[in-house]
Write a protein that binds this ligand. Structure first.
Ligand code: C2E
Ligand code: MG
Ligand code: MG
Length: 580
């Protein structure tokens, strides 16, 4: 009866219970092994325990079973994978506890009287007693929690926490070996458009495809993480120069340029990349990430789909980002923004043909703040949409009054930010605005950078054609600094190229014939495009541009941007002198 009771207790145990002989062969095993691992318990008798253990765990197992010296056996616990009876069963994970069975004279030492062992007389090891508890579910839950704590579940990439951890290690390593490293902050362009128009499921699929493409650009040791939303960060610990970082940034931009196929949709996204190099752009985790982020926003602010290295000048503007951001939110309500106008001159006649609206912020404490200091941040916080709408409205109203006062041909050029143009209702909003101000569309020129256009060429063709149909003209701002592809020029209804200031500044004197301006002006003539030279500061530059046949000029040589009332006086005197 007692035997039966013990057998019942052992076989009903929730754990596998077993005994091994001195050599490690099964001499007893309870019924549990049948339900948990699918073995016929009789077939295991006489077999060595190691045939039962997953090969990657055998070394650890031999440590607790003390194969090297059985006399050293003591109670030990280890977590091990045990093999199931056939491959169709999933592997399971067990907490295995073993302890030696020793005999002294006729007494068997068991865990309960093991404490006395040390003092007892001569002992003899006769086998091992053990239990194996199935902890698969607990282990899976633990693994999942660990994974979740350090990974993004959608893309399975490391998350922010793991990224920071790896970056911190990489910084320590770089410091010790006086090496460099690069942190890149990536933000997808147009992700929101895909998410909003095709739905979140497609948005998720896009993020997964993006992650896969990015992973293929990387080397072993690099860490790509999903930082949140459509933001990724990249740690490149083995970077010796900026040139290396630049190569990778270009590679990243190129792989994401190819279209993504999502079901029956073909979508295009781009990426803006900000780069912070250790230790010139920061020497700790937070600084490097923040500065890469700042650099990224400078890419966004200026047309996206490109890369920029962080430089200290960016930080001057962003050292108190939070404060600026807070102030900026109030600035619209407090009427602190003003539109200034810089004249555009016809160099032949000297008359003012148009003005470019340029925003200024009259900050109550800091005085006038220029757009390069707050436009990137406004872009980041999406405040740019409200600000730009305000600029358009104000400029249209002010210039409309000049038109009504008799300057019917005056052209108003307005800068548009990437997020504004990308907005699905961009064209409608623009039309509505013009209607509200009763502003003649043919007097309006909108300025876009090349990258804004290239980001989404197909949509851009549609949008810009609608504007052109209404008589609005379109100018490419900072021409020559963005895309090298000129392919888009004949696909789009573009009227004006604005030669970037940097090329104009390169003009030293009137017989300098090697400059890029020559090529741009020649090309504009060939394509029958209007051309405006920006940033003209000297008579030499003016003469040279005139000699090339570039007659529309904007720059300090003719005047800086100034408030509406002053500009009107200037226009009045310009038309008066013309009349004379
Ligand atoms: P942009 O459209 O290329 O504007 C020309 C910039 O060059 C202006 O700077 C202007 O003041 C400056 N500039 C003009 N002539 C000269 C010159 O002879 N020499 C030099 N060194 N600079 C000259 P600003 O006003 O600081 O604007 C900077 C940029 O900010 C603009 O570049 C434009 O991209 C952006 N921006 C300005 N206003 C707005 C706006 O209302 N909305 C948007 N989205 N962007 C704006
Ligand atoms: Mg402009
Ligand atoms: Mg410009």
């Amino acid at each position: 009866k007692s035997e039966e009771l013990h057998r019942y207790i052992v076989n009903s145990s929730p754990d596998i219970v077993f005994m091994l002989d001195r050599e490690g062969r099964f001499t007893f095993i309870n019924n549990k092994v049948e339900s948990v691992l699918g073995y016929d318990k009789r077939s295991l008798l006489g077999q060595h325990y190691s045939t039962f253990i997953n090969s990657k765990d055998t070394e650890r197992a031999s440590y607790i079973f003390k194969d090297s010296d059985p006399s050293e056996r003591a109670t030990r616990t280890l977590e091990l994978h045990l093999k199931p009876s056939n491959d169709s069963r999933a592997q399971r994970f067990f907490e295995v506890t073993v302890f030696p069975i020793e005999s002294r004279a006729n007494e068997i030492s068991t865990p309960s009287n093991q404490a006395n062992r040390e003092n007892s007389g001569k002992r003899k090891l006769i086998g091992t007693y053990g239990t194996a508890r199935d902890i698969t579910e607990r282990k899976e839950a633990e693994d999942f929690i660990n994974f979740q704590a350090y990974h993004d579940l959608l893309t399975r990439l490391p998350n922010r926490a793991l990224f920071k951890d790896r970056l911190s290690l990489a910084i320590t390593h770089a410091k010790r070996n006086t090496q460099s490293l690069a942190v890149m902050f990536l933000d997808l362009d147009r992700f929101k458009v895909v998410n909003d128009t095709l739905g979140h499921a497609m948005g998720d699929r896009l993020l997964q495809s993006v992650s896969m493409r990015l992973e293929n650009c990387l080397r072993e040791g690099d860490t790509l993480s999903r930082f949140g939303g459509d933001e990724f960060t990249l740690l490149l610990p083995d970077i010796s120069s900026k040139e290396d970082a630049r190569k990778i940034a270009r590679k990243v931009i190129n792989v994401l340029k190819e279209p993504f196929i999502l079901g029956e949709h073909e979508v295009f996204v781009g990426v803006s990349v900000g780069i912070a190099m250790y230790d010139e752009a920061g020497s700790n985790v937070e600084q490097l990430i923040q500065n890469a982020d700042i650099a990224m926003y400078h890419v966004k602010g200026r047309g996206k789909d490109g890369y920029k290295f962080y430089s200290d000048t960016m930080n001057v503007s962003c050292s108190n980002r939070l404060k600026i951001e807070r102030d900026m939110r109030n600035a619209l309500d407090n009427k602190e923004f003003k539109v200034y106008y810089q004249p555009q001159i016809n160099a032949k006649s000297g008359s003012i043909i148009g003005v470019e609206a340029l925003i200024r912020w009259h900050h109550p404490e800091r005085g006038i703040i220029y757009p390069s200091e707050f436009i990137p941040l406004a872009e980041e916080t999406k405040l740019i949409v409200d600000i730009s709408e305000w600029v358009l409205k104000t400029a249209c109203n002010e210039v409309k009054s000049w038109i009504d006062a008799g300057h019917s041909d005056i052209r108003l050029a307005v800068n548009f930010s990437p997020s504004q143009v990308e907005h699905p209702r961009f064209v409608d909003m623009l039309f509505q605005q013009l209607e509200e101000c009763d502003f003649p569309p043919e007097n309006l020129e909108i300025e876009l950078t090349e990258n804004v256009i290239m980001n989404d060429l197909e949509h851009m063709i549609q949008k810009l054609s609608k504007l052109a149909d209404l008589g609005i003209t379109i100018a490419i701002d900072d021409f020559g600094t963005g895309y090298s592809s000129l392919n888009y020029l004949h696909k789009l209804p573009i009227h004006t190229l604005k030669v970037d200031q940097s090329f104009v500044h390169d003009i030293q004197n009137a017989d300098n014939d090697a400059c890029i301006v020559n090529a741009i002006v020649a090309m504009a003539h060939g394509l029958k495009l209007n051309i405006v030279a920006e940033g003209v500061e000297t008579a030499n530059q003016l003469d040279y541009l005139k000699s090339l046949g570039c007659h529309e000029i904007q720059g300090f040589f003719f005047g800086k941007a100034r408030p509406a009332d002053e500009t009107l006086l200037l226009i009045n005197s310009s038309t008066q002198s013309e009349a004379c």
